[in-house]
Write a new protein. Structure first.
Length: 355
């Protein structure tokens, strides 16, 4: 990797020669501006406002525009003559816990590489000291014409430096939070905790830029003369949240389905018994005013007419016929054993059968 800055780390009286290397890179797809009429590329040219002539980079200098509009030229010699002790030095000023650094201050990231064989021993010493103390180093350095703030920490076996914004460059949060009073219920917090637990953790290496891949696929398809089918819209949608509880429950259910787990019914505990419904054969559903009227009409008809034999289901009829046949068989056996029994006693099994 190509270094962008050479200098040294000042660690008390120890000086460690290092090279500064970019730790990140941009993978975004870049586009050119073109003329829609003929596809010609649009370029920006630097033109002087006075003589309207295009100028090269060698003819361009720096200047400061005052509040009244006057321009004050500033040369590179002027800037190099400033008393800047960190011009070529990363000066460590303190060692603090990593939690004391506000993530809002985080800026660009760099790797610090030992510059030469003699720098290997002090470089390793600083790295191991940072590891054992479990702290980060706060440092000041100069880059691209200005003094900056940095944080040194260990990544694998390398010392990395994060550029930090100065504290006065962080805006206040005043006026950003909701001004209306909002009450959050315990049930809503419980559902939010359940959603967080369901989503769980993620392997950061598994995350990738889906949009960039889609753009690259689109470019490849257009280069081959193909047409891509439009992507399906997200069925979940967005919009205003009407019922927060329902939205949280649906989110927990969707997260469990995505993880392959069986979602629970909304509003039911995990161990709730499942009720089974058994249909009754031979019965008609009744309900409402119409059912009551039919029942009243049938009662009146029963009172005026002779009672008709009720029709039982097929299973009950078969049972009764079996009972009758067994009763007749019993009656014949009783008659054969004793002929002296009375007619009343002989009729008794028949009564039971009819009953």
């Amino acid at each position: 990797m190509r270094s962008i800055w050479n200098g040294a780390i000042s660690f008390g009286l120890v000086s460690i020669p290092i090279k500064l290397v970019n730790a990140t890179e941009n993978h975004s797809v870049s586009f050119r501006q073109i003329h829609l009429a003929d596809g010609g590329r649009i370029r920006y040219r630097k033109v002087c406002e006075i003589d309207e002539q295009e100028v090269t980079a060698a003819d361009i200098g720096k200047a400061y525009e005052d509040a009244d509009g006057s321009v004050i030229p500033i040369t590179d010699e002027d800037l190099s003559s400033l008393p800047l002790p960190t011009a070529k030095t990363i000066e460590i000023v303190a060692f603090v816990p990593a939690a004391s650094i506000d993530p809002l201050q985080m800026d660009a990231a760099y790797y610090l590489s030992a510059n030469g064989v003699p720098a290997a021993k002090p470089y390793t010493l600083l790295r191991e000291a940072l590891k054992r103390s479990q702290k980060v180093a706060v440092a000041k350095y100069a880059l691209r014409g200005r003094e900056r703030l940095g944080m040194l920490r260990v990544v694998d076996d390398v010392i990395a430096m994060h550029g930090l914004l100065w504290p006065d460059e962080i805006r206040s949060t005043e006026g950003v939070a909701p001004e209306t009073g909002v009450t959050v219920r315990d049930a809503e917090l419980d559902l939010a905790d359940a959603l967080m637990a369901t989503l769980g953790e993620v392997d950061m290496d598994s995350l990738h830029d889906d949009y960039r891949e889609a753009v690259e696929e689109l470019i490849a398809a257009k280069a081959d003369g193909r047409t891509l089918e439009p992507a399906e819209a997200d069925a979940s949608g967005g919009g205003m949240v009407i019922d927060l509880i329902a939205a949280l429950e649906n989110s927990v259910r969707a997260a469990k389905e995505a993880r392959g787990e069986e979602p629970e019914a909304a509003g039911e505990p995990a161990d709730a018994p499942v009720a089974k419904v058994t249909s009754l054969t031979g019965r008609k559903k009744s309900g409402g005013t119409g059912a009551k009227k039919k029942a009243t009409a049938s009662t009146k008809k029963t009172a005026t007419k002779k009672p008709a034999p009720s029709r039982a289901p097929a299973k009950k009829t078969a049972a009764r016929s079996t009972a009758k046949s067994s009763a007749k068989t019993t009656a014949k056996k009783t008659t054969a054993k004793s002929d002296t029994k009375s007619t009343t006693k002989k009729a008794a099994p028949r009564k039971r059968a009819s009953a």
